[in-house]
Design a protein around this ligand. Structure first.
Ligand SMILES: [Zn+2]
Length: 393
């Protein structure tokens, strides 16, 4: 076993500050929408920085920027995140994982560590999906899952800021991420009879608005009962006609549910449907629920997650596994390559905002943990992968 080198904390923070300026407005908010001038300038800077460090850097056809040691033949452990942002973004979402990956690869390369030949860094293209014509984001990572290059990769680790308040509230420094929630959206429609809101007694109404409202109000209990770690939201509600003196004859409510396991999402869907039919019957209306979109939950690879967890615990006692409630490139990559993630806390839980912040000590700690996780994943997984390749040859 070779000694693990130490990352250059000063360079990490300096590079983060540099990238934060590319596409920044006067208020510090970052505007690197995938493919815009600032985003391309950032990719160019990442590419040049890795070349200057003596590494081989290249763009793929989608716009992802990969870097690794030249004259290496893999297999590689991929590390990185996305360098595009939402409009008026913070400076850490995505960027932190990219810069930390660049730092880890450069550290291993400069130290001549044997794992340097088996690491590749990536800056994904269009994770956010706000670019015109984007099919919901995760563009670069989705393209990789269909690319032959995926066969050369034996793992993927993504370091990210949490983007929520859970770690700070629990006083955590690091969190191994067990998976990413699946997201299902529903359109619930109810049909009753529009009528005079004064002359129609309560017990004679067919109030479609009440069906929609009762479902919206019950969603929280339904989620908590099926899976205490799930969340739900009723984000849109509409009555027809929308008038204070008319009992709504029709109503629509749009719901979203997030949970870490498909079984939990199934249970919530069943309970939601049962409740809707019950309420519709009580209100003498008809009702219908339709799933309008479903992103599957990602459960991360036991071995890679095991390594990440072991490394996080080595660095701090204030560490506990966490589920990601936001989407990440790691969710699509995990369908093809053994994957795990780790989080550092977000001050105040702010993200997709220029209030996004993480203490320098946490930024440095996360990058250190990433480096250790990379070295340890190499020790655990690489011998198996290499011996399988030998057998296959
Ligand atoms: Zn992100």
């Amino acid at each position: 076993m070779s000694v693990t080198p130490e990352i250059n904390a000063e360079r990490l923070l300096k590079d983060l500050r540099h990238l934060a300026q590319i596409g920044a407005g006067a208020d510090g908010a970052v505007h690197r929408i995938a493919g815009n001038d600032a985003d391309m300038a950032a990719r160019d800077w990442i590419d040049k920085t890795m070349r200057v460090a003596g590494l081989q850097s290249s763009y793929d056809a989608t716009g992802n920027v990969f870097a690794r040691r030249s004259a290496t033949s893999g297999p590689w452990l991929l590390i990185g995140s996305h360098s595009d942002t939402v409009p008026a973004a913070g400076h850490l979402d995505g960027a932190y994982g990219v810069i930390a990956a660049m730092e880890v690869l450069r550290t291993l390369h400069e130290a001549g560590h044997p794992m340097a030949d088996h690491v590749e860094s990536v800056a994904w293209f269009d994770e956010e999906g706000v670019r015109e014509g984007s099919q919901g984001g995760l563009t670069g990572s989705t393209a990789l899952t269909r690319d032959p290059h995926a066969e050369d990769l034996f793992g993927y680790i993504e370091l990210h800021v949490e983007q929520g308040p859970r770690m700070e509230r629990a006083g955590l420094d690091l969190a191994p991420v067990t998976g990413i929630v699946g997201v299902r959206r529903y359109r619930v429609t109810a049909c009753g009879q529009a009528n005079h809101a004064g002359t129609t007694p309560f017990e004679m109404r067919q109030d479609a608005g009440r069906v929609a409202s009762r479902v919206a109000a019950e969603l929280r209990s339904i989620c908590q009962e099926a899976d205490p770690a799930s969340v739900g939201n009723a984000g849109v509600i509409a009555f027809d006609p929308a008038a204070a003196n008319v009992v709504p004859g029709a109503a629509r409510v749009e719901l979203e549910v997030r949970a870490g396991r498909e079984e939990a999402l199934d249970a919530i869907e069943r309970a939601l449907t049962d409740f809707l039919l019950l309420v519709a019957a009580e209100e003498e209306c008809t009702a219908h629920i339709e799933c309008t979109s479903a992103k599957p939950a990602a459960v991360f690879d036991e071995r890679v997650l095991g390594v990440v967890e072991e490394v996080c615990r080595r660095h701090t006692d204030r560490c506990a596994p966490l589920l990601s409630y936001a989407g990440h490139d790691a969710s699509v990559i995990s369908t093809r390559i053994p994957t795990a993630m780790l989080f550092v806390p977000s001050t105040g839980g702010f993200s997709h905002s220029n209030r996004e912040h993480t203490a320098d000590e946490h930024l440095v700690l996360g990058a250190r943990a990433l480096l250790d996780a990379v070295v340890r994943t190499g020790e655990v997984l690489l011998p198996q992968v290499l011996s399988q390749q030998l057998v296959a040859a």
